[in-house]
Design a protein around this ligand. Structure first.
Ligand SMILES: NC(=O)c1ccc[n+]([C@@H]2O[C@H](COP(=O)([O-])OP(=O)(O)OC[C@H]3O[C@@H](n4cnc5c(N)ncnc54)[C@H](O)[C@@H]3O)[C@@H](O)[C@H]2O)c1
Length: 250
């Protein structure tokens, strides 16, 4: 039970990676707040995990709205006495955002950066005081291997997430808060597979990755558990690629 007595605030925790993170953290003893813009699905996920004996609440909020985030954090602290772990997972990531900047509308570009970048800033700053009062904490940002390629608005937003990981690792270090990131490659989440052309999935797995299989939720969950645990207590400011070796960079 690596996280007994700890509380985690997981953004975008209603489905996909976020739900898998919430489930894995509860199975290691943590209480979890599921912070998601989709209130109904967040409630359903919280109810499902609670029915298995976990301590989970849904705290609906749009991460792009600092006031909603502040309220959701306050509700979590009231319920669980504080926050130790923040997982900045909520993100817009469909193929639409992998088109050139000139093709997307300014409103779409603003939405993308408001959720993927400003959302990380809002949640990190909102959780900071509680982590400091608890003697330290962990922030984990979900970037993407696209953040190493950077040729689309989505990739640039995830490059910014890598930048925030370094900046907050430095800024929050006096409060004993470690900040790391994970950059998943192509993963077999429902939404990602439904969104991408089969030929592209095949090309990435067969031609571009060094490990020729689809990434799974478990691959990302095990990296999350490691980086949030004391086993990673000497690691901060890093973004770990979990992508089967694509893209390799130095
Ligand atoms: N799936 C992949 O292959 C993959 C690969 C690399 C990176 N990622 C990143 O991982 C994260 C999660 O991916 P996923 O596939 O699980 O996504 P998903 O689309 O399945 O789920 C995203 C969740 O975030 C919530 N959300 C969206 N906007 C929000 C907002 N403004 N405020 C609060 N919640 C919001 C959604 O309601 C949903 O529950 C994203 O940041 C994504 O960019 C995913």
């Amino acid at each position: 039970m690596r996280f007994q007595g700890k509380t985690a605030f997981v953004t975008g925790g209603a489905v996909g990676f976020g739900r898998a993170f919430a489930r894995a953290l509860t199975s290691e003893g943590a209480a979890v707040a599921i912070a998601d813009i989709d209130a109904d699905t967040a409630e359903r996920t919280a109810a499902e995990l609670t029915s298995h004996g976990a301590q989970v609440i849904a705290v609906p909020c749009d991460v792009a709205d600092e006031h909603q985030v502040d309220r959701a954090v306050a509700v979590t602290i009231k319920r669980f006495d504080g926050i130790d772990i923040l997982i900045n997972n909520a993100g817009l990531h469909l193929t639409k955002y992998n088109q050139p900047f000139g093709v997307l509308s300014r409103d779409d570009i603003r939405d993308l950066f408001n959720v993927n970048v400003i959302g990380v800033i809002n949640c990190t700053l909102a959780c900071r005081d509680s982590m400091r009062e608890r003697g330290g904490g962990v922030v984990l940002n979900i970037s993407s291997m696209a953040g190493f390629i950077n040729i689309s608005p989505y990739g640039v937003s995830k490059l910014a997430v890598r930048g925030l990981t370094v900046a907050f690792a430095s800024e929050l270090s006096p409060d004993r808060i470690r900040v790391n990131g994970i950059a998943p490659g192509l993963m077999n989440t429902e939404n990602a597979l439904a969104d991408l052309p089969h030929s592209l999935v095949h090309d990435i797995v067969r031609e571009r990755q060094l490990v020729h299989r689809l990434g799974t939720m478990d691959d990302v969950v095990s990296a999350m558990l490691f980086l949030c645990s004391d086993e990673a207590s000497f690691i901060t400011g890093e973004t770990l690629k979990v992508s089967g070796g694509y893209p390799l960079t130095v």
